[in-house]
Design a protein around this ligand. Structure first.
Ligand code: FAD
Length: 382
């Protein structure tokens, strides 16, 4: 009986798990994920304006997996041993439990097939003041998790309250020159604008967009086939939202976001409330060979995402082709290891790479959206 181990019970991992169960039947399947709740992350942008609650966008995984007959371990994966260890060729991963009952306990889990669906590390530490190794800092809010969204709404309501008597500045966008996920921040700025009107405080708010896009509507894809520049600019102008683009936010302080622009000039944006997305990285999994030597570089790209069958040698922007993207999401060295969702290393960005005269890269990284993440989860197990 083959054992499929899926690391990560989020959008792509949960989809892979449920389809694997459907198609593989009783073959042993294990999901390892540190979270007890599943979160439909795209709906966080309703939680962070108070239109939905955390309970509306999450559900408990344990009862779902119990009913489906999936072996659920509330734990985080720490390392992959694709060649086994001395005395055994059986590949395995090391996990550490996060559930209350078994917190901190480590265990080895063998696998025949391994799917890495661990999503992103929210790399707040990449921008001083945006956060640190423990996560989000104290100066800004985030919409990346359900708990972040609850906190964002709490802070937003305070600003709406103040705006009844005093003019307030709101800043929304990306908190680093190499961020992805502009779409989430884009939705949030328009939700805030709408809610401000509903609350009767719109006239007392300056709402500004700041992002690493070189034009409004780039979205990390170099824009859409129809002009997303016209579409995005129209929306901002109609709703009297100001913008700063081509910006790498390089430091955040209380009420201030410092940034560098594509032309090399530096600026500061003041705010009373700011939601700035962090850049994404891999979650920091390690890999070891049979003798215990570190082979993390063999399995993972420097940004921590798992290498798959993408063309990482495409070279300059002019040479990039759609066919550089992966077809099987299979690791080229260990063919029984796969990655889905945000966890795989894309071959290169999609938007044209740009940097300032100071050499700072300011380019949206490829969009990592939920729809393809879930579809790839299904396609992979098929
Ligand atoms: C606010 C917001 C709005 C968005 N809106 C949209 C939208 O409208 N449409 C759209 O298509 N996409 C949207 N996205 C993007 C979408 O949410 C992601 O593309 C999707 O969640 C990626 O799926 P994933 O499985 O790769 O990662 P995730 O869904 O983040 O799941 C990763 C899982 O891995 C777990 N994990 C982490 N570390 C470990 C470890 N060491 N071991 C085991 N498990 C681990 C995590 O706890 C998590 O459960 C939005 C994103 C945000 C932040």
């Amino acid at each position: 009986m083959a054992r499929v181990v899926i690391m990560g019970g989020g959008v792509s991992g949960h989809t892979a798990a449920t389809f694997a169960k459907k198609w593989l039947g009783n073959k042993h399947e294990v999901v390892v994920t540190p979270n007890s709740l599943w979160n439909w992350i795209p709906s966080n942008i309703w939680v962070d304006v108070g239109e939905m609650t955390k309970e509306d966008v999450t559900f408990a995984l344990a009862p779902v997996y119990k009913k489906a007959g999936i072996d659920f371990r509330q734990a985080k994966a720490l390392g992959i041993h694709p060649e086994g260890k001395e005395g055994s060729d059986k590949p395995y991963i090391v996990i550490e439990y996060t559930s209350k009952e078994k917190e901190g306990q480590k265990e080895e889990l063998t696998y025949d097939y391994l799917i890495n669906a661990t999503g992103p590390k929210l790399n707040f530490a990449a921008t001083p003041g945006l956060g640190d190794a423990n996560g989000l800092g104290e100066h800004t809010v985030s919409v990346c998790t359900a708990d972040h969204a609850v906190h964002a709404n709490h802070e937003l309501q305070k600003v709406f309250q103040k705006a009844k008597t005093t003019r307030q500045k709101i800043l929304v966008g990306t908190g680093h020159g190499m961020c992805t996920c502009q779409g989430a921040a884009f939705e949030y700025i328009f939700n805030i604008e709408h809610e401000a009107k509903e609350a009767g405080v719109r006239d007392n708010l300056d709402i500004k967009w700041i992002s690493n896009e070189s034009f409004l509507g780039d979205f990390g894809m170099g824009g859409f086939a129809t002009s997303s520049k016209v579409f995005a600019e129209s929306l901002y102008i109609e709703r009297k939202l100001d913008w700063v683009i081509g910006a790498h936010v390089n430091k955040v302080e209380a009420g201030k976001a410092h940034y560098e622009l594509l032309d090399g000039t530096m600026g500061v944006e003041e705010f009373d409330f700011a939601m700035l997305l962090p850049p994404f990285a891999g979650v920091g999994l390690k890999a070891y060979d049979k003798a215990g030597a570190d082979i993390t570089d063999t399995l993972f790209a420097p940004n921590g995402f798992l290498k798959v069958d993408a063309n990482y040698a495409a070279g300059a922007y002019e040479n990039w082709k759609a066919s550089d993207c992966p077809h099987t999401l299979q690791n080229p060295t260990y063919h029984n290891i796969f990655a889905v969702g945000i966890a795989f290393a894309p071959p290169h960005p999609i938007s044209k790479p740009m940097s300032s005269p100071n050499g700072t890269p300011i380019t949206p990284t490829p969009p990592r959206t939920g729809m393809p993440s879930a579809i790839k989860g299904e396609a992979l197990v098929r």
